[in-house]
Ligand binder design. Structure first.
Ligand SMILES: C[S@@+](CC[C@H](N)C(=O)[O-])C[C@H]1O[C@@H](n2cnc3c(N)ncnc32)[C@H](O)[C@@H]1O
Length: 203
C-alpha cells in the first residue's frame, strides 16, 4: 500500500461533513454485516466512524462501541443519528474525536473495524496501528476501495497488501478478497471492496 496523500487531513474531512458530502450515514456497510453478524458481542472500535451507521448497527447487536473520527462534523452527524436509535443502543456508544494515527486508548478491543479510512500519510502504518489495538483473540476487519472502484485511485489497496502488514506469528487471516456491491443511492455503478478479516491469536 502507498500513502494516500496529505489532502486527507482533518480540514478535508471537516469540510466534507459540513457540506452535503460525508460518509457513513444510512445503512451499515454490507461487508461489516457479513463478517461480524456471527461474532459474539464485546468491545468494538469503529475507526473512522463517519456519520455513525456502522457503530449504531454494532451497538444494536450488543457491542460496546468506541467510535472514533478525526472530524467533529462527522461526529455531530453521528450523534444525531444515534439520537434516533433506542436509548440503550445509543448508550453503548462512546463518540471520540481523535486522529487515529496518534490516539492511544487505555485498552484493546475485541473487534477493530475500519471502513474506507484514508488518513494522511501511510496506509500501512494506519493498519499496523489499528492491528495493535486488537486484543488477543480479537478480530480486525479492514474494508477499503479495491482497484477498479469508482473512487480516488490513491485510496485503492488490496487485501493481500493489508495482510502483508500483519505479522503471521500473531495473525490468522480468515478472509482476504475483493467483492463487488451496488453503489449507494445517487452514486451509480458498482463498488469494488477490499475485505480483510483477521484474528489475533490468543496468548
Ligand atoms: C470515507 S469516510 C468513511 C466513513 C465510514 N467509515 C463509512 O464507511 O462510511 C473516512 C472517514 O475517516 C475519517 N478519518 C480520516 N482520517 C482519520 C484519522 N486520521 N483519524 C480518525 N478518523 C479519520 C474521516 O473523517 C471520515 O469520516
Amino acid at each position: 500500500m502507498t500513502g494516500t496523500g496529505e489532502e486527507f487531513d482533518r480540514a478535508f474531512w471537516e469540510e466534507r461533513y459540513h457540506g452535503h458530502g460525508g460518509h457513513g450515514g444510512g445503512r451499515p456497510n454490507p461487508q461489516l454485516v457479513a463478517e461480524v453478524a456471527e461474532l459474539p458481542p464485546g468491545t468494538a472500535l469503529d475507526a473512522g466512524c463517519g456519520a455513525g451507521a456502522d457503530a449504531i448497527w454494532l451497538a444494536a447487536r450488543g457491542w460496546r462501541v468506541t467510535a472514533v473520527d478525526i472530524a467533529e462534523a462527522a461526529l455531530d452527524r453521528a450523534r444525531r443519528h444515534a439520537a434516533d436509535a433506542a436509548e440503550e443502543v445509543a448508550g453503548r456508544i462512546e463518540w471520540v474525536r481523535a486522529d487515529l494515527t496518534e490516539w492511544a486508548p487505555p485498552e484493546r478491543f475485541d473487534l477493530v473495524t475500519t471502513h474506507y479510512v484514508h488518513a494522511a500519510g501511510s496506509q500501512d502504518e494506519l493498519v499496523r496501528t489499528l492491528a495493535g489495538l486488537v486484543a488477543p483473540g480479537g478480530t480486525l476487519l479492514v474494508v477499503g476501495h479495491h482497484h477498479g472502484d469508482p473512487s480516488i485511485a490513491s485510496t485503492h489497496f488490496t487485501a493481500d497488501e493489508v495482510a502483508a502488514v500483519l505479522d503471521p506469528d500473531v495473525w490468522t487471516v480468515a478472509v482476504a478478497e475483493s467483492r463487488t456491491r451496488p453503489a449507494p443511492a445517487g452514486h451509480g455503478g458498482t463498488m469494488h471492496d477490499t475485505v480483510l478479516r483477521g484474528h489475533r491469536r490468543p496468548v
